[in-house]
Ligand binder design. Sequence first.
Ligand SMILES: Nc1ncnc2c1ncn2[C@@H]1O[C@H](COP(=O)(O)OP(=O)(O)OP(=O)(O)O)[C@@H](O)[C@H]1O
Length: 907
Amino acid sequence: MEKNAFKSKQIMLEKHNNNAVIVDHFHKKFKDVNIGPLSFNIEKGKITALLGSSGSGKSVFLNSLLGATLNYEGNIYIDGKERKKSNSIENNSKVGFYSQMDFSLYSITAYDFLYNMCNVMGLNKTLIKSRIEYWLKKFDLWTSKDKPLNAFSWGMKNRMNLILCFIKEPEILILDEPGANLDSKWRGESYKILKEFKEKFNSTIILTVHNIDEVYNIIENFVILEKGKLLFSGSEEELNLYKKINVSFEKDVVLAEVEKLLNQHNILTFNCDLGLNSLVIGLNKQQNFNDALDILEKNHMQPKDVVPQVINMDSIKKALEDKETPYKPKYEPLEEFAIDSSDASLGIDKALNFLNKIEDKYKNILNLNKYDIKVALSNNLVLISDDSAKTSITNSDPLVLSDTSNTSQDVLTESEINTIKTDFFDKVQELKNLKAEINQIVAEQKTEINLNIDDLQNYFEKVKLESEIIHEAKKTFEDQTANLKVLLQQTESETEALEFKKTDLQIKIDELKALQDEISLASASEYEQFDLIKAEFSTKLDDLKTYIEKSENSLTNEMQSKMNEFKEFENQFKDLVAVQREIIQDEIKEFKSYLTQIQIESDEINSSRSNLDKDLSALKQSNEEFLTKVDLENEQVENQKFELNAKINELKKLQEEIAVATIAEYKEIDSIKADFTNKLLDLKNYIENISEETKIIQESKTEYLEKIKEFKEYHDEFNKTASVEKETIKNSLFELKEFMSQIQIEASEINTFKNGMATKKVNLTNEDSSSIKPSNLEIIKLKEEIEKLKFEMSEQQNIKKYYGASQGLHNGFVEHNMQQQMWQQNIASLKDQELEKIKSDLNKEKEYFEQLRKEMAFEKEMNQKLAKFDSEMKQRENILELERIRREIQEEKSKLNEILLIQKFNK
Ligand SMILES: Nc1ncnc2c1ncn2[C@@H]1O[C@H](COP(=O)(O)OP(=O)(O)OP(=O)(O)O)[C@@H](O)[C@H]1O
C-alpha cells in the first residue's frame, strides 16, 4: 500500500518537473483559522504573483515554503524535494528570500556587510567582489558602499534588502512586498530588474504585492487565496483578466462604429456609456494600447480622453466571476488590417491605383451630358441619377454614380463606398507613413515632401471646395428649374382659365347674337336702343379683347425672357463644368506627374534604403566587433583603473608626505629666509664698511706702493754701491783670510800652549788640587780673550757683508788695526741709520702684510659666507624642486582623473 503511494507520488513529481514548487494538500490549522487544504503548482522560470486580501494566508504559506514553519499537514516540494525533509543549507541555497530587514543597529559599511553575508551564504570567494560591485551598481548604491548601514535612508535600506536577495542569484526567489518602502521610480526599476533577472537566470519568482496594477505587466501566473482557501491558480488567460482602459470620444464619433472596428481587430470592448460617448476596451498581455490607438487614429476616431482602469482584487474577482461566461466580440475580426509601412513602394502603387480609380469616377461624371443628368450632393459624395423622381436624395444615401446610357452598371453599394473610403484613408495614411520614412531616411527631402503632401491635401480641399461650388451651382440650377416649372404650370393654368373665359365669352357672344336677332325682330325703337347697347357691348368686347391680347403678350414675353435666362444659365453652367473639367484634368495630370515623381523618389529611397540596410548590417557587425573590443578594453581599463587607483593612492600618500614635508620646509625656508635677509643686511652694512675700509686701504696701498717704489730705487742704488763694495770686501776678505790664517797659527800656538797647560793641569791635579785655581783663572782669561776676538771677527765679517769698507779702508790691511776703530764708529752710525730705515720699512711691510692678512681673512670670511649662501641656495633649489615634483604629481593626478572620467563616460 505504502509502496503504491510512494510510486504515485514519484509519478506526480515526474509529471511536474516543469514546476519549481508543488503544493500538495497543504493544511495549517490554527485555533480559529484554517489555512488550506491548498494544492497548486508554481511553474519553473515564471513570475507568479501570490495574491489575496489581508488574512487570506499568504504569509503562513510563504513561511512554510521557506522552511521557517514545518508544522503543517500535506507537503510542499521544492525542485522535487519535500520541504520538511530538505531544509538543509544546500537546499536553502537555491532559495532567495526578500524581507524588510532593519539595519538601524548596523554600523558596518554596506560593502563589508555584503562581503560578510556572501561568505555566510557560502558564495565562491572569487565571485564575491564582482557580485557585490555589480549589484550595488545595479541598485545605485555603489557610491554609498563605504557608508555605515545605519546611515542609510529607508529606500536605501530596502534596496540593500533586495541586493541581499539577488546577490545569491538563486533558482527560486521569494519576495514579500518588494515594493514597500520604495519610491515609485525604484518600485518600477526593481520590477524591471526582477524581469531581467528572471530572463537571465531562468529563475522562478514568487512575489506578494499590494498594487498588482504596478506589476501586472511582468506577472505570468497567479495564485489567489481567499480566507485560507485557493480561489485561483493559473495563467492570466485562464484568469480571464484584461487590462481595461476607458476611452472617450467626441460626440460626432459613433461608438458602434468604434466598437465594430476594435472588435474586428480582436480588441475587446466593454461598458459603452452613450452619455459620455465612451467605452471600455480590454487588452490582453500580447496587445499593445498604442496599436489600438493607431487603429482608431487611422480611422479618424481619435479618442478625447484615455483613463486606464486599476487592476485590483475586485477586478480579479470580477474576472473570475466572468470566467464562466467569457466575453465574445460582437464583430468578426478582420483577416488583414495592418499596413506594412516598411513597403513604401506598395503604398505608392496603391495610392496610384486608388487615385486612378477616382479619376475614372470623375471622368464618368465629367463626360456626362448635362441633359442626361440630374445632380445632387450627399456630404462630399456625388449622387447621380437618370431619374431624380426615382432616387431618394437624402444625406445618408450611399454614393451612386450613374450614367444614363447604362444606369445599373455604375451604381456602387454601401460596402463598396466604405471600402473606397477606407482605402482612401488608408492610402492617405500610407502616404503619411511614407512621409515619415522619407523624413527619416532623407532629411533634406522632408520639407519638399511635406509641401507635396500639403499640396495633396490642398488639392483634395480644393476638389472638395470645387465640388461644393458645383453642388451649389447645381442646386441653384435645380431650384431655378423647379421655379420655372412652377411658373410654366402657373402660365398653363392661367392660359387654361383664359381659354375657359374665352369660350364663356364666345357663348355669351353667341347668346348676345341670338338676343340681337330676337331684338332685330323687335321694334325699331327698341332696335335703336339695342344698337346703343350693342355699341356699348362692342366697346366692352374690344376692351376685353385688348386685355386678353395684352395678357397673352405679357405671358409670352415673360416666358420668353425666362427661357432666355434659363438658356443663359445653362450656357454658364456648361462653361463652368467645362472649365472645372479642364482644371480637374490638369490637376489630375499634375498629380500623376507628382506621383511618378514620388515613385522615382521612392525607388531612389528603396535603393538608398537597401544600401543603408547593407551599411546597417556592416555597422551591426562592426558594432558587435566593437562591442567585444570594448568589452576587452573595458576589462583592460578596469585593470588599469585598479592599478591607477593603487598608484593614485600611492601618489596621494606621497603627496600628503610631500605636503607635510613642504610645510616644514616652508617654515624652515621662512626662518632661513629671515636669517638670510638679516645676514644680507649685516653683509650689506659690512660690505659698506669694507668698501670704505678698502678705499682707505687702497689709498694707503698706493701710498705704500709709492714708498716701495722709492725703496726699490734706493735698493737699486744700494745694490750698485754694494757691488762696488763687494769687490772691496772681497779684497778685504782675502786680507782677512790671511789675517785669519795668522790667527789660526796663533790659535795653534795657543792650543799647544793650552795642551801644555792641560798636561800641567793634570799634573797639578795629581799633585795638589788647590794649586789649580790660579792656572784656571788664567785659562778663563784666555777664553775671554778668544771670545772677544771671535766677536770682533764676526762683527767685522758682518759689517763687511753689508757695507764696503770706507775708502780709507782701501789703504791697506796694514793700517787696519789703526783705522779699525774709526771705521767702526762710522760704520756703526751708518748701520744704525740703515737699520732704522730697514726696521721702519719692515714695519711698514709688516703692516702691509697685516693688512693683506686682514684682507685675506675678510676674503676667507666672505668665501665662507658665500659657501653658506650657496648651500642655502641649494637648499632653496631643493625645495623648489620638491615644489615642482609636487606640481608634476598634481598634474599627473588630474590627468589620471581625466582618464578615469573618460573611461567612466565611455562605459
Ligand atoms: N501564529 C498564529 N496563530 C494564530 N493565527 C494565526 C497565526 N499566524 C497566522 N494566523 C492567522 O492566519 C490567517 C492568515 O494570516 P497571514 O499572516 O498568512 O495573512 P496574510 O494573507 O499574509 O495577510 P497580510 O496581507 O495582511 O499580511 C490570519 O487570520 C491570521 O490571524
